[in-house]
Design a binder for this molecule. Structure first.
Ligand code: PGA
Length: 255
């Protein structure tokens, strides 16, 4: 199965010129790789200026709005994104949750995006670890509420459009004293997520949907996470074409 590597640029870089340079640098590497799907999620402002033009490179957005059109100053609709060639949308990133996004809002966003035919990169992750494994319940609740009431047809292969990104918030590089999770514990969570998805989205889709890891991923640790997981969501290292290119090459070489 192809690995999926997602670049989340967050609110960077500060000029279109830099964005183009980073994009071209990544594209040069992605072009040569057949076994990895690269998805670049730039800020909205740059999307129309970045043209992937190769089959295994796609553009994603970092957010969407849950209403399809109308009087919502400052928001961006799924249809505008689709019109610009966007195929993926990150929804529920912990940095958006920190700004006040609730599970209910995330649920509405996922529904709207899937209905429009966007593939959704649904982010979940606990703020802290405890020793009694209570954080598993926290993740279960994020998923239950995030996917509530979404018709199963949106999850069925081949068109099914859900990807889960498990990103423990404490592991994201901008967190204080951030450290990556271990591949073993991330995989343990992926197994849990897959099992809990079965009654929600059906067993066939639950077996097949990609589950990615995110949080301080770099060239030095990505191979471990990719052994048992289907890809990675990369933040700070995705702004450096050399580091990100390394990550792509490593992903391409995993059996
Ligand atoms: P990081 O960010 O790779 O800088 O830790 C990951 C993310 O927030 O998606």
């Amino acid at each position: 199965m192809m690995k999926i590597i997602i670049a989340n640029w967050k609110m960077n870089p500060q000029t279109l010129r830099e964005a183009r340079n980073i994009f071209q640098g990544i594209k040069k590497t992605a072009k040569k790789l057949k076994k990895v799907e690269t998805i670049i999620c730039p800020p909205f402002a740059y999307i129309s200026n970045l043209k992937p033009q190769i089959p295994n490179l796609k553009i994603g957005s970092q957010n969407v709005f849950y209403e399809e059109r109308g009087a919502f100053t400052g928001e961006i609709s799924v249809w505008m994104l689709k019109d610009l060639g966007v195929r993926y949308a990150i929804i529920g990133h912990s940095e958006r949750r920190a700004l006040g996004e609730t599970n209910e809002m995330i649920n509405k966003k996922i529904k709207t995006a899937l209905k429009a035919g966007l593939k959704v990169i649904f982010c979940v992750g606990e703020n802290e670890r405890d020793f009694e494994d209570k954080y598993f319940n926290f993740i279960k609740n994020e998923i239950d509420e995030g996917l509530k009431g979404i018709p199963r047809k949106f999850f069925s292969p081949p068109t099914g459009g859900l990807i889960i990104a498990y990103e423990p918030v404490w592991a994201i590089s901008s967190a204080k004293n951030a450290q990556p999770d271990t591949p073993e514990s991330a995989f343990r969570m992926a197994v849990f997520i897959r099992r809990m998805l079965m009654p929600i989205i059906g067993s066939e889709p639950a077996r097949k949907i990609p589950i990615l890891y995110g949080g301080s991923v770099g060239p030095e640790n990505v191979a471990g996470f990719l052994q048992d997981m289907q890809g990675a969501l990369v933040g700070s290292k995705s702004l450096n074409p050399k580091d990100f290119g390394e990550i792509l090459k490593i992903a391409n070489g995993i059996k």
